[in-house]
Design a protein around this ligand. Structure first.
Ligand SMILES: Cc1cc2nc3c(=O)[nH]c(=O)nc-3n(C[C@H](O)[C@H](O)[C@H](O)COP(=O)(O)O)c2cc1C
Length: 300
């Protein structure tokens, strides 16, 4: 049954991002109702990686303020409730409860790229379900993602930004066990000339870096597929004769998959923190940066 035009207006046609709010409190029972609707939205394998943090007191909100981009501070202050839509990166711990196949937990546990992509994609959906639910129950939303610290690969020179490298990550050739290069200990970029490959799409920085490496080696691979997610790329390589180039940390060699260092030139990428030059660093942002540095340190 179709819902009424008035309901469609309320949720979609007339729903606009709120940039200011009244100070009318939102009862806890209503927030519970929003959550109970949002959590029913579909997620892949029912993985439900979204975690909602409700900030309902001025003290709780004050702790968030230093992390916001300056333009987002006043509107966030004016909202009676702020909800942080977060991702549980270890969502797979709960797979035995939420999914019927007992192997699901191990599948994600052993594949960081698959777990990361699944967590980000589905928790983003969680944010969308939450807004639809809040609007359906008569609340306004002012979605925002602007915090003052970013994690990125080394960008082109940016006059306003400062890049703090975290670690270097080599990219390796990945092929199936039956591929002609599968038993090699190293492969030169020049040897990938006319090789049938699956790579990231051209708009990705990593792909642009790889294209520079191919050019430097004077080789031109035959790119027969482009995928923007590492998990499906590994599966495609496993099941076909296609070769791929994947960060060493995102793939594990096994009986059906060979992971081979590349050289001449060696493709590397450098994840790091991006800071706004000259901006004051709040304690929250410094703490967040320390957590990221510690995590990165354990991958070196
Ligand atoms: C994920 C996401 C992040 C956003 N980040 C911000 C933000 O940081 N600051 C802000 O003022 N608006 C932010 N917005 C609001 C968008 O600018 C707004 O939804 C868009 O311009 C469409 O306008 P409408 O929602 O009124 O239709 C964000 C919206 C979404 C969905």
């Amino acid at each position: 049954m179709r819902i009424s035009d008035a309901s469609l207006d309320q949720i979609f046609h007339k729903a606009r991002t709120a940039n200011g709010f009244t100070d009318k409190p939102v009862p806890a029972a209503l927030l519970q109702e929003v959550y109970d609707l949002a959590r029913m939205g579909p997620t892949s394998m029912n993985c439900q990686p979204t975690r909602y943090v409700f900030l309902t007191t001025p003290q709780a909100k004050e702790r968030l303020m230093p992390a916001l981009m300056p333009g987002n501070v006043d509107k966030t202050k004016s909202a009676p409730v702020t909800v942080i839509v977060a991702t549980d990166t270890r969502f797979y711990e709960h797979m035995p409860v939420v999914w019927h196949n007992p192997g699901a937990k191990e599948m994600f546990e052993g594949n960081a790229a698959l777990a990361g992509g699944t967590a980000t994609r589905n928790s983003t959906l969680g944010g969308a379900y939450f807004m639809v639910a809040a609007r359906a129950l008569g609340l306004d939303c002012g979605p925002m993602s602007g915090v003052d610290l970013a994690v990125s690969y080394r960008p082109e020179d940016q006059p306003r930004l400062w890049f703090e490298p975290l670690y270097n990550e080599a990219l390796h050739l990945v092929v199936s066990a039956s591929h002609p290069l599968a038993r090699r200990r190293r492969v030169r970029m020049g040897e990938l000339h006319q090789q049938r490959m699956v790579l990231l799409p051209r708009q990705f920085l990593t792909r642009q870096m790889l294209d520079d490496c191919f050019e430097a080696a004077g080789s031109q691979p035959q790119v027969v597929a482009e995928l923007n997610s590492v998990g499906p790329m590994i599966e495609l390589i496993r099941q076909t004769e296609l070769a791929g180039i994947i960060p060493e940390t995102a793939v594990t060699a096994g009986p059906d998959l060979s992971v081979i260092p590349l050289e001449e030139p060696r493709p590397m990428r450098t994840p790091g923190l991006l800071w706004t030059k000259g901006a004051t660093r709040s304690p929250v942002i410094k703490h967040m940066a320390d957590i990221i540095r510690r995590k990165a340190g354990s991958r070196r």
